[in-house]
Ligand binder design. Sequence first.
Ligand code: NAD
Ligand code: LMR
Length: 329
Amino acid sequence: MVEPIKVAVTGAAGQIGYSLLFRLASGEVFGEKQPVRLQLLELPPALKAAEGTAMELEDCGFPTLDGIDISDDPNKVFDGVHWALLVGSKPRGPGMERNDLIKENGPIFTSQGKALNRANKNVRVIVVGNPCNTNALIAQHNCREIPATQFSAMTMLDENRAKHQLAVKAKVNVGQITNLAIWGNHSSTMVPDFENCKIGGKPLGDVIKDRAWLENDFFTTVQKRGAAIITARGKSSAASAASACIDHIKRYIHKTPEGDWFSAAIASDGNAYDIPAGLIFSFPMRSLGNGKLEIVKNLNLSDFARKKIQLTIKELVEERDVVKELLVK
Ligand code: NAD
Ligand code: LMR
């Protein structure tokens, strides 16, 4: 009898929740022999809707779904969990930047950070709710029992977006694009690193010669893709965000293929690329396949990339200042 993996999902009745939960329950992520117990958190007015989603999950007949618990109490929901996916928070609307949400969404992550003290000691916490880097910082500061290294914020959607843009430009399948790192904040200052990227195993510069496109159109398209989706749909990305969260978990669980990397925002220890210690910063990461991640060191960064990275550092420092009252020393 295999013990179930307990996965907490906050904001379970929301848009992302509706795409995420079915894939978590289906066996796709943790394997077909691994039972999954879903522990869902919602605000009281949305509990009924979460129950509706739970009914649909049951109706899928997934043999891997061990059971579903729903509550508005984070202490109950995070109890003993192995994964905590912090999605629940307000999305931005048209014309807003993600950090305009900071005052409203930031406080959610103080109480949830405290409640995460009840999680399994090996829990991996992934913050999706925006502004996700700074929300992850708040949650991590408010959680004394879980090491900072077990918290991350999601920049996988940005990586996937960047890979798509490059694949179209190079006229190749997206699977040919590897070694694509997003540096910094999940915001319009993020740095999609095309200089260290590979296409079909070759340096990107051997395949895409149009440097002006890379520095301008490519950069801003990736940085502003979330806003473009809000303009087009009237709502922020949901299925692609859920899919990126699934990718983030899979990339975490499985050893990264030799020579490749992926993007995730983790607490800087100050020892890599001169990123100030403590910031939740997206780096090129590798999974060792044993639940541990490491930063890929010694990548070459041009003056162009370094200048862009300074801008995203500055923004993250400013966000940290805005929420300093919510950070436990
Ligand atoms: P949504 O409004 O559809 O759903 C959010 C859900 O969270 C709602 O059901 C709401 O009741 C619930 N919620 C709010 N506060 C809560 C709390 N304190 N505890 C538990 N539940 C709570 O929003 P969505 O489209 O699912 O997006 C959720 C968040 O994810 C937003 O902040 C959005 O900006 C962010 N997002 C991040 C990325 C990324 O790449 N990091 C991508 C897409 C969306
Ligand atoms: C995204 O990148 O799609 C999300 O962060 C939602 C947003 O506000 O852009």
